[in-house]
Design a protein around this ligand. Structure first.
Ligand SMILES: [Zn+2]
Ligand SMILES: [Zn+2]
Length: 270
């Protein structure tokens, strides 16, 4: 798997974030000949520009907050009729995946509509907790996570390996237990580690409870309870600079040695 965007909420470019990267979520998972893409944050622009054509991929969207979608209008493979996509995502507020996606490319928010400019063949499919889909030899399943407005976590099983993509999750609800079941024994757990405890509980600044994100302690707890071999800290808070992320990673490794902080271009091979 390869990380193209690891930042939460808003892109955070600049000299102080250049090592971990400032793009919002986009993760590529390769299973044999199949390319699976999780979320289309601003990192999707780089992914799209890097892959040769024709491109065929399955895209899994967790939810429709801007940071997970804002790369779509700039995802160059969509403009090329040789490319083929199946786009899976949850139905929300009575709207289909296609309606929701084309809704972000409308006046006055965007100059051209998806219908007017996208040329790739795209098959939009609803996806929900309890369903599973086979992509080549890989099996993908979804779980609703604790996040305002809903959010799907995904698990990919391919041959003897597995990855769980659990971004945008707030720990501390009954859904923690369901995630533990869902992610049990996974090789890699990608988990929202946006806040420190001090930030989360409001010891510095306003409390972040109910904002839909977890802490690095929540991430460690989830990884320990699932037995994940590798914890990937993900959805970094946009104000974190590289040095801060180095420090927190060193601290987390003392609790859980097999931890990495996601950064752009990070490749994990199973
Ligand atoms: Zn997010
Ligand atoms: Zn979100």
């Amino acid at each position: 798997m390869r990380f193209w965007g690891v930042r939460g909420s808003i892109p955070a470019p600049g000299a102080k974030t250049s090592r971990y990267g400032g793009n919002t979520p986009c993760v590529e998972v390769r299973c044999g000949d199949e390319l699976l893409i999780f979320d289309l944050g601003s990192g999707a622009r780089l992914l799209g520009d890097s892959h040769p054509r024709p491109l065929r991929a399955s895209v899994f969207l967790s939810h429709y907050h801007w940071d997970h979608l804002q790369g779509l209008p700039f995802f160059s493979p969509m403009f090329d009729p040789r490319n083929q996509f199946v786009v899976y995502g949850p139905t929300r507020n009575g709207q289909t995946v296609q309606q929701i996606l084309s809704g972000q490319m409308r006046q006055p928010y965007f100059p051209v509509s998806a219908e007017a400019v996208f040329r790739a063949s795209v098959d939009y499919r609803p996806f929900a907790e309890g369903q599973q889909v086979q992509v080549g030899e890989a099996v993908v399943r979804a779980l609703e996570l604790n996040h305002p407005g809903g959010n799907l976590g995904y698990r990919v099983d391919y041959r003897q390996h597995s990855v769980v993509y659990a971004t945008d999750i707030e720990h501390g609800s009954e859904s923690d237990e369901r995630l533990v079941e869902f992610a049990r024994g996974t090789d890699v757990l990608i988990y929202d580690a946006m806040y420190t405890d001090d930030e989360y509980f409001g010891r510095v600044g306003p409390p972040k409870t109910g904002w839909g994100h977890s802490t690095w302690r929540g991430a460690v707890d989830a990884a320990q309870r699932t037995g994940a071999k590798t914890l990937v800290l993900f959805h970094h808070e946009p104000t974190r600079d590289d040095e801060w992320l180095d420090r927190v990673t060193r601290m987390v490794k003392r609790h859980l040695p097999g931890t990495v902080a996601a950064r752009e271009s990070l490749v994990i091979q199973l």
